[in-house]
Design a protein around this ligand. Structure first.
Ligand SMILES: N[C@@H]1[C@@H](O)[C@H](O)[C@@H](COP(=O)(O)O)O[C@@H]1O
Length: 250
């Protein structure tokens, strides 16, 4: 596990975008695993700037997103599909047919989970998976207690996660109660993981992650100790509760 500490959110976003751009340049047909949320939004902005200024092309890239709410219309501004369009897809040359998200409107949700796993397999797996982290250590929507052997599945969101994500909705009761998420097993199967964290609201989760050293299903992000190529990019505030000694150990 490699740890890159940045001054702030802007630097975190820049460093993450550089890694993604390098990946696309070395492998123009890369399969990128993408995340939603405030954390990767700045990275996506940096990718757009680079696309406009330097012409990095996504024509042969494929993307698979980690998760999607169940029960929201795909055109709802709060669906993760809308988020990805607004924050990245509409501004780069990624063909629409190359961008995959779980379909939270599918009538047979179990079948949709199987179909999504099969899609990832057909694409040859994820080359680089971008992750944010929830305040309780969730990755994707894998909440504490999720088995590390799960592939794409349906989850009931915890009250805390719904509360944390309520800022995007009019009121808490509008936040969906369920979502489809790639499982930890999917995440561990990706060839490289980039975990991003910014701000004091993530400080406890980051301290717990870096102190953990051992995978523990009670704290989903700790599964990353089972992965051979993880890069964490976190800013000062997110690392504020991690002891200096610990920071140097990575
Ligand atoms: N499903 C997403 C996660 O993928 C994301 O990492 C997390 C943190 O979001 P934010 O980056 O906005 O703090 O929120 C949601 O629950």
């Amino acid at each position: 596990m490699e740890l890159i500490q940045t001054q702030d959110y802007a630097e975190m976003s820049r460093v993450a975008a550089e890694i993604l751009i390098k990946e696309i340049k070395t492998n123009p047909q890369a399969v990128l695993g993408l995340a939603t949320g405030s954390t990767p939004a700045g990275t996506y902005e940096a990718l757009i700037r680079d696309h406009e200024q330097h012409g990095t092309s996504y024509k042969q890239v494929h993307t698979v997103n980690l998760d999607e709410y169940i029960g929201l219309d795909q055109s709802d501004p709060n669906s993760y599909k809308s988020f990805m369009k607004a924050h990245l897809f509409n501004a780069i040359d990624l063909p629409e047919t190359h961008a995959f998200l779980p379909n939270g409107e599918a009538t047979d949700i179990q079948e949709e989970c199987r179909r999504y796993d099969e899609k990832i397999r057909q694409l040859g797996g994820v080359d680089l998976q971008v992750l944010g982290i929830g305040q309780n250590g969730h990755i994707g929507f894998n909440e504490p207690g999720s088995s590390f052997s799960m592939t794409t599945h349906v989850v009931e969101l915890t009250h805390n996660t719904r509360k944390a994500n309520a800022r995007f909705f009019k009121q808490l009761k509008d936040v969906p109660t369920h979502a489809i998420t790639m499982g930890i097993k999917n995440i561990l199967e990706s060839r490289r993981v980039l975990l991003l964290a910014s701000g004091s609201s993530k400080a406890e989760a980051m301290a717990r992650l870096l102190n953990a050293e051992q995978p523990d299903e009670a704290f989903p992000a700790s599964a990353l100790y089972l992965h051979p190529h993880v890069t964490i990019i976190a800013d000062k505030e997110a690392l504020a509760l991690v002891e200096d000694q610990k920071r140097r150990a990575f």
